[in-house]
Design a binder for this molecule. Structure first.
Ligand SMILES: [Zn+2]
Length: 103
């Protein structure tokens, strides 16, 4: 696992995201790819994005051969993380966010 460059800010990242990064890293490794974190608490996201609460990160997907492949990887990460995480392939990256739900 690695960060894209020094523009990626980890400041205020929730510990739950570290778990999610570990799981995503394992999934990427299973596809023989290195997980590159392209954004955490940085960049320009939507006004109310969970990135600004340290509850979301983005993963590089250009290593994958197609959108279908990246979608399948996102689903695999989502399955392993469970109900409290949303994992979406957004066209040029996989977005992972921690949003706990009532049990
Ligand atoms: Zn995102």
């Amino acid at each position: 696992m690695e960060i894209k460059d020094d523009s990626v800010r980890l400041t205020g990242m929730r510990p739950e995201l570290l778990f999610a990064m570990m799981v995503a890293n394992e999934v990427y490794a299973g596809h023989n790819e290195i997980l590159v974190i392209t954004s955490v608490n940085d960049g320009r996201h939507s006004l109310t994005s969970l990135h600004y609460a340290g509850c979301a990160f983005d993963c590089r997907t250009r290593c994958f051969p197609s959108h279908e492949y990246a979608t399948a990887v996102a689903l695999e990460i989502k399955r392993r993380l469970g109900l409290d995480f949303d994992v979406l392939f957004e066209g040029d990256h996989i977005h992972v966010e921690y949003q706990p739900r009532r049990r």
